[in-house]
Design a protein around this ligand. Structure first.
Ligand code: PLP
Length: 372
């Protein structure tokens, strides 16, 4: 059992901020409905806490990636929640979807065939989403499959289509021409498939404008405080705070190096704080010599390489009385937004969040009442 005292870091997840972000996105997307994407353990933040907080805020449609995630979520959420599985059913698992009241996102004719076949055999309409690929070349019906489906719409018989979906490749770049191209292609596909409700926009897509949203939006990262649009001010409330614990301090007087590979050289008198967080905790090794921690308002540069369980910071700028073993260095937080940490690592907020380690003490604050 991880306790606050024993853990190398405290990860604070502000469920009130998740709820506020949901409200902001819902208001922004209205009249479109707002789902919540909680795949990958709610982007690493803990689906068992995040999903009930979203439900309490009025969210009734949830997306996960894997069937297993859907089965887990079904056990957490009240019955009126709808749960869709983005990856669709792996062959042979179709019957598990109605068994757990999961809605598959059907991404290929083979998935359509298998799932509609199941519905017809059971003699009941099964809800499903249908995903058409308009520019990701990843999941969804391609041109040839769409054509085959349009030529023979009875392939869909047995299915109750909940949403026709597509996914933008460049929604976080509002000026990117692919956005309009994908929308046009989606509209053409919908005109040929009949008028089921539509679901197009991820977090960034919500900010592209009303045309891009459809009947329901499906934000993920913005719920968790990540900036939806590249290069623009982030309207979302910060959700995550990560404070690493200093477990040792030393003063270096002679020229010396710090860490593996001796990548950081110390010349003058320097004070080094060693924090019990490393790349095994998802504090990425790419942050070596690039990130900044904070003690109060004072920036303390990360020096040397991030190792598996430990990271070193130059705390020379601080009054020695302010840094003692047991004190905390802010690794993610108000001075160090998740997007800034991601930029320092050469990655995106999504990867920082989904990498957050299992060894942190997790403190959930601002959640719905009744201990949820
Ligand atoms: C992950 C995912 C989302 C959520 O995207 P964000 O950029 O995190 O808002 C939406 N739709 C699909 C298909 C996804 O895979």
């Amino acid at each position: 059992m991880i306790t606050r005292e024993r853990a190398g870091a405290v990860l604070t997840v502000d469920l009130g901020a998740v709820a506020a972000n949901y409200r902001l996105l819902r208001a922004r997307a209205a009249p479109a409905a707002s789902a919540g994407v909680v795949k990958a353990d709610a982007y690493g933040l803990g689906v068992g806490r995040v999903a009930p907080a979203l439900f309490a805020e009025g969210c009734r449609f949830f997306f996960v990636a894997h069937p297993e995630e859907g089965i887990g979520l079904r056990a957490i959420l009240p019955a009126e929640a709808e749960i869709a599985v983005l990856n669709g059913p792996p062959p042979g698992t179709e019957a598990e979807f109605p068994a757990h009241r999961l809605i598959p996102v059907l991404n290929s004719l083979a998935q359509v065939e298998a799932y509609a076949g199941l519905a017809r055999r059971r003699g009941e309409a099964l809800p499903a989403c249908l995903h058409v690929d308009t520019g990701m070349s990843r999941l969804g019906l391609d041109h040839a499959e769409l054509k085959a489906l349009v030529a023979e719409p009875s392939r869909l018989s047995g299915l109750a289509l909940r949403y026709l979906m597509t996914h933008y490749a460049c929604a976080d770049e509002p000026g990117h021409p692919l956005n309009a191209t994908q929308l046009a292609e989606f509209r053409a596909a919908r005109a040929r498939l009949g008028d089921s409700p539509t679901c197009l926009a991820n977090s960034a897509g919500i900010f592209l404008g009303a045309d891009y949203r459809g009947d329901m939006v499906r934000p993920g990262i913005a719920l968790y405080g990540g900036a939806p649009t590249m290069g623009q001010a982030n309207p979302m409330a910060a959700v995550v705070r990560l404070e690493g614990r200093i477990i040792q301090l030393r003063t270096i007087d002679a020229p010396r190096s710090v860490g593996y590979g001796a990548t950081h050289k110390v010349t003058g008198r320097t004070r080094i704080a060693t924090v019990a967080v490393g790349y095994a905790d998802g504090y990425l090794r790419q942050l070596s010599n690039r990130a900044t921690g904070y003690v109060g308002d004072v920036p303390v540069p990360l020096v040397g390489r991030v190792s598996m369980d430990l990271t070193t910071f130059d705390v020379s700028a601080l009054d020695p009385d302010r840094v003692r073993p047991g004190a905390a260095i802010e690794l993610i937080g108000p001075h160090n937004p998740v997007d800034a940490v991601a930029a320092a690592a050469g990655t995106i907020s999504y990867e920082i969040l989904t990498s957050l380690g299992r060894r942190y003490f997790r403190d959930y604050v601002g959640g719905p009442v009744a201990g949820v």
